[in-house]
Every structure is written in structure tokens, then in C-alpha cells.
Design a binder for this molecule. Structure first.
Ligand code: AMP
Ligand code: ZN
Length: 118
């Protein structure tokens, strides 16, 4: 189901219809700063194609999650947090805190990160 959804906020960011602070764009993904950052570096990495969540993207079997993980690492490297450590988070489902239903990996770093998360 690799499509754009007219009612999806992140599809609109991919299309340039909603502004975002884009830090990296590839053929497969777009990465932009979270509007409500939870760490000194907080970037969202999304596939250009619409999948509701990480499970749907993984089951599509088209390397979507590979591309998101690869580009998340490239973002972390560019932000200078790849060596110190970063967290790549996919909130999956409303009960886990997902609020935007276009799969996105949160790249978080630049401060100490607690484990387990809340
Ligand atoms: P989640 O709760 O895992 O679905 O994450 C959604 C994230 O999207 C939250 O961290 C929001 O702060 C972020 N967000 C919502 N709208 C925008 C936007 N227009 N630009 C950048 N980040 C956004
Ligand atoms: Zn979308």
C-alpha cells in the first residue's frame, strides 16, 4: 500500500505542502526536526510512501524499514550523535503513544537517555 494519503500530515510534508525543517532527503525517505523536541537532537525519519506504522511498513517487504533505519543512522552521524549513542523509536499504536499514523522513526540523542523509557 505504497501511496500518498491526502489527509495525512506527513504525506503533506513529503509533498512540500506543509513546511518542515528538513535535514535529509533521499529517494526513499525524508528526515525533519520534530516540532516538539524531546532531546537536543530529535529528528523524525519517514518513508516517502505512506504506511500507517512500523508493522505495516515491515510487512510490505520492500526494504522500507531498512531505508528508514539506514537514513536514521546517517542523520545521527550528521548530527554528531552516532558515536555517543542515540535512540531510534517507533511508537506503534495509540497505546504506545503513536499520534501520527504515517510510520516515523524518532532519532533522539544529545543527552543521556533513560532505560526503560516511560
Ligand atoms: P508519535 O507520537 O510517535 O506519533 O510522534 C509524532 C511526532 O510528530 C511528535 O513527536 C510530534 O511532536 C511530531 N510532529 C507533529 N506535527 C509535526 C510537524 N508539523 N512537524 C514536525 N513534527 C511534528
Ligand atoms: Zn502519510
Amino acid at each position: 500500500m505504497a501511496t500518498s494519503r491526502p489527509d495525512c500530515l506527513f504525506c503533506k510534508i513529503v509533498a512540500g505542502e506543509v513546511p518542515a525543517d528538513v535535514v535529509r532527503a533521499t529517494d526513499d525517505t525524508v528526515a525533519f526536526r520534530d516540532i516538539n523536541p524531546q532531546a537536543p537532537t530529535h529528528v523524525l525519519v519517514i518513508p516517502r510512501d505512506h504506511y500507517a506504522d512500523a508493522g505495516e511498513a515491515a510487512r510490505a517487504g520492500a526494504g522500507v524499514m531498512d531505508a528508514v533505519a539506514r537514513d536514521a543512522h546517517e542523520v545521527a552521524a550528521a548530527e554528531g550523535i552516532a558515536a555517543s549513542g542515540y535512540r531510534l523509536v517507533f511508537n506503534t499504536g495509540a497505546g504506545a503513544g503513536q499520534t501520527v499514523f504515517h510510520v516515523h522513526g524518532h532519532v533522539l540523542g544529545g543527552r543521556g537517555l533513560q532505560w526503560p523509557p516511560g
